[in-house]
Every structure is written in structure tokens, then in C-alpha cells.
Design a protein around this ligand. Structure first.
Ligand code: FES
Length: 164
């Protein structure tokens, strides 16, 4: 269950909206940032807050690529699977990432750090091949640059953990 202050903040946001249902994506994102993904519990909470049915929330949640209905790693890599990004090499960017990280699409690496998800186009075609990692775009990528990026993200995580 989300903390009361968070619930009050979301309620205020919904009440301040002319059409409360328009807040559904924001509400799903807020709950996802709290739980790490849009859990079943979060779906029910979102439905209650928005006076919608859990099924309506579920339908919308599965429509949006950036709403995760399953647990994900700390870094969610949306790897572009669009035609421009197929310039990556002998294998696709998605295949390269999955092979390098030894995961299937949607799985979490054993260290809890990475999940790879394919996207049709991330709108970064002029920097293809490209990925989005937690909303930040990287490109143009080569296999070497992907390896460097993964290493950088591991280091960033390690530094964050050490600083706690
Ligand atoms: S096709 Fe890859 S970013 Fe557009």
C-alpha cells in the first residue's frame, strides 16, 4: 500500500484535473515508481483512486510500453528494434543485449540490474542504433559502445550503493 502522503498528493492531482481519468497515466507512473513496477496491488490502488475498474487500468497498463506489469531490473533498456537500428551488425541490438547479459527479453539479470525490452522506434533514429535506459537515450551504438554503456551503468550502481 502506498504511503498516506503519496496517496493524498495523487488524490489532489486527480481532483485538480478537469477530467480525472486523464490522470491515469500519471497515476500509473507514480505507483510504478513506488513499487518498481505496476503490481497487481498498484492496479487496484490506481482503480480506487481514479474511480475506474481494475480491468480498465489493466487494459491501459498493457497498452503503454513504459508501464511494467512485471518486476524489472534497476536499469530498463528499451532497445530499438526498428528498421533503422538494424544497422547494428550481424545481430540485432536486442539480440546482442540479451546475449551479452544472458537474459531473455523481459527477464532481470541475476544481479537485479538489467531488463531488456524491445521497442519499435524510440524516436532517436538520427542517432541509430539507439537505446533508452530509464528514459535516457544513447546512440549511435556499436557492440563496443554497448559494452561500455553496460559497464558504466554497473559502475554508477556500485557508486550509488557505496554512497548509501
Ligand atoms: S528506428 Fe531506432 S530509433 Fe527509430
Amino acid at each position: 500500500m502506498i504511503p498516506k502522503e503519496m496517496k493524498d498528493r495523487i488524490r489532489k492531482q486527480i481532483e485538480g484535473s478537469e477530467h480525472p481519468r486523464e490522470q491515469v497515466v500519471n497515476v500509473m507512473y507514480a505507483l510504478q515508481s513506488h513499487y518498481g513496477y505496476l503490481s497487481d496491488e498498484a492496479v487496484i490502488e490506481a482503480a480506487g483512486l481514479l474511480d475506474m475498474s481494475p480491468l480498465e487500468i489493466e487494459e491501459l497498463a498493457t497498452f503503454y510500453d513504459f508501464i511494467y506489469r512485471e518486476p524489472v531490473g534497476k536499469y530498463v533498456i528499451h532497445a530499438c528494434d526498428g528498421v533503422v537500428c538494424w544497422m547494428f551488425g550481424e545481430e540485432s541490438l536486442v539480440d546482442y543485449l540479451c546475449r551479452t547479459l544472458a537474459v531473455e527479453i523481459g527477464e532481470i539479470t541475476p544481479d537485479g540490474l538489467f531488463t531488456v525490452l524491445p521497442s519499435v522506434c524510440i524516436g532517436y533514429c538520427d542517432h541509430a542504433p539507439a537505446v533508452l535506459v530509464n528514459g535516457r537515450a544513447y546512440g549511435p551504438l556499436t557492440p563496443e559502445k554497448v559494452d561500455e554503456l553496460l559497464e558504466q551503468l554497473r559502475r554508477d550502481h556500485f557508486i550509488l550503493v557505496q554512497d548509501r
